[in-house]
Design a binder for this molecule. Structure first.
Ligand SMILES: [Zn+2]
Ligand SMILES: [Zn+2]
Length: 174
């Protein structure tokens, strides 16, 4: 759990605190794959008390290890993410309607638990295609050999997915 102590500034409008911290992260299971952390995630965050609301801004850097979606080999990647969140004190802002606080995150006590927001920011910062390198050749569909490391003697198949779909459509027509 990633927590920031805001006891010094939570009651002082205009109060500001800078957090420069490294946090150990547990692997994230996205349901599709697992993302491991080679190093603690480095956070560089500022929290400003804006009329009782805590505005968090800053950036984070993670060194992650994940499996290539083409060749399934593990590879490392640096991830940089920006964070921008607003937290409100549950015990102070009782008059906040749900509408006002739609985008805001509530907190209690002296600590902000920012774990969820950190995970979200990291996932959001990942590229759509998780490949070990742009020209990764992946695995042979037929024999499963890693085509980056060696080649095989399987008959060359048409790998362009668009052509495959087109072929299917044409076959269905006949
Ligand atoms: Zn790969
Ligand atoms: Zn093959």
């Amino acid at each position: 759990m990633i927590e920031l102590d805001v006891s010094r500034i939570k009651n002082i409008p205009g109060g500001k605190e800078h957090f420069l911290k490294d946090f150990e992260m547990r692997p994230i299971d996205t349901g599709i794959e697992e993302i491991f952390f080679n190093k603690p995630v480095a956070l560089d965050l500022t929290i400003l008390n804006n009329d009782g609301l805590l505005n968090l801004t800053g950036k984070l850097e993670g060194n992650v290890r994940l499996a290539c979606s083409r060749c399934l080999e593990f590879f490392d990647m640096l991830v940089f993410a920006e964070m921008e969140e607003v937290y409100y004190n549950e015990s102070q802002n009782n008059d906040l309607s749900a509408d006002d606080g739609g985008e805001w995150i509530s907190f209690k006590g002296d600590k902000l638990d920012i774990t969820t927001e950190v995970v979200k920011s990291l996932l959001y910062a990942l590229p759509m295609k998780l490949v070990c390198r742009q020209d990764c050749r992946g695995l042979c569909q037929n024999c499963g050999v890693n085509l980056n490391a060696s080649c095989c003697h399987c008959p060359k198949e048409e790998t362009d997915i668009r052509l495959q779909v087109l072929k299917q459509l044409l076959e269905e027509k006949e």
